[in-house]
Design a protein around this ligand. Structure first.
Ligand SMILES: NC(=O)c1ccc[n+]([C@@H]2O[C@H](COP(=O)([O-])OP(=O)(O)OC[C@H]3O[C@@H](n4cnc5c(N)ncnc54)[C@H](OP(=O)(O)O)[C@@H]3O)[C@@H](O)[C@H]2O)c1
Length: 244
């Protein structure tokens, strides 16, 4: 693993106000990456920025909704003004409302697809032109185990996360001529606000922590360039392997 590859790089991490995105931001900053952290809640992204600055890292907090194309373009322009480029995009911001299909409203369906799938499209659209011009970059989409297999009460979430896998692998093919790598990480249970709000009845004592996903991000970003990884299924050790 060549950590030197990360030094001085610029990353945009969506959903970095808490949970997995925040852990990714803190971990990359600690390895010398300049990180732009984006979410809708100003106090949370400002807290992430402060924590990074207090530890000697470089961060820029941005308040924005990934479903708002104009605002996302402004944020991306702001990063270019400050640091000149974006080398790494982590599409992490996500939403889930887990309930039986009969109880799922059209509004909840649309909100899930809008944030998890269309939001990933919007941020990627805004960041890609510079990566194409630079002839290089890395995009990591945080999908889910729900992007790999069906899980009852998660129909909208599963549909959105399966969509993220389709987008990831197609983009990986389209971006090959530009030396842009596109990956997906599919975590199982991670203890965050999203999982705690949706699965409060579950025993989470052996679930993963957000840092476990952050370490996987570092692995992908520091692979030897002659190798690449399309999709990583990262599960808690006590769970069942895919297909098992
Ligand atoms: N926790 C798990 O078990 C698990 C497992 C597999 C995959 N994942 C995926 O991991 C990612 C992170 O989830 P998490 O568990 O860390 O959840 P979380 O703690 O709820 O964090 C979600 C982050 O995304 C931001 N966000 C949500 N909607 C947004 C929007 N429209 N625009 C901008 N930012 C938005 C939230 O901030 P604001 O609300 O302030 O905008 C927050 O910072 C998601 O894609 C999730 O689907 C989670």
């Amino acid at each position: 693993m060549n950590i030197q590859l990360l030094q001085g790089k610029v990353a945009l991490i969506t959903g970095a106000g808490r949970g997995i995105g925040k852990a990714i931001a803190l971990t990359l900053a600690q390895k010398g990456v300049r990180v732009a952290v984006l979410a809708r809640t100003a106090t949370e992204v400002q807290e992430t920025e402060s924590e990074i600055s207090n530890r000697g890292g470089e961060a820029l907090s941005l308040v924005g909704d990934i479903t708002d194309m104009n605002r996302i373009q402004e944020c991306v322009d702001g990063i270019h003004q400050k640091w000149g480029t974006i080398n790494i995009l982590i599409n992490n911001a996500g939403f889930g409302k887990f309930k039986p299909f009969e109880e799922l409203s059209l509004e909840e369906w649309k909100q899930t697809i809008d944030i998890n799938l269309t939001g990933t499209f919007i941020v990627t659209k805004a960041v890609l032109p510079d990566m194409i011009q630079q002839r290089g970059g890395s995009i990591i989409n945080i999908s889910s185990v729900s992007g790999l297999r069906p899980i009852p009460k998660q129909s909208a979430y599963c549909a959105s996360k399966h969509g993220v896998i389709g987008l990831t692998t197609t983009l990986a093919m389209e971006m090959k001529p530009y030396n842009i790598r596109v990956h997906a990480i599919c975590p199982g249970g991670v203890i965050t606000k999203l999982s705690q709000e949706n699965m409060s009845e579950r025993d989470m004592s052996d679930w993963m922590e957000p840092e476990d996903v952050a370490h996987t991000v570092v692995y992908l970003l520091t692979q030897n360039p002659r190798a690449t990884t399309d999709i990583i299924y990262l599960r808690r050790y006590g769970s069942v392997p895919l297909g098992g």
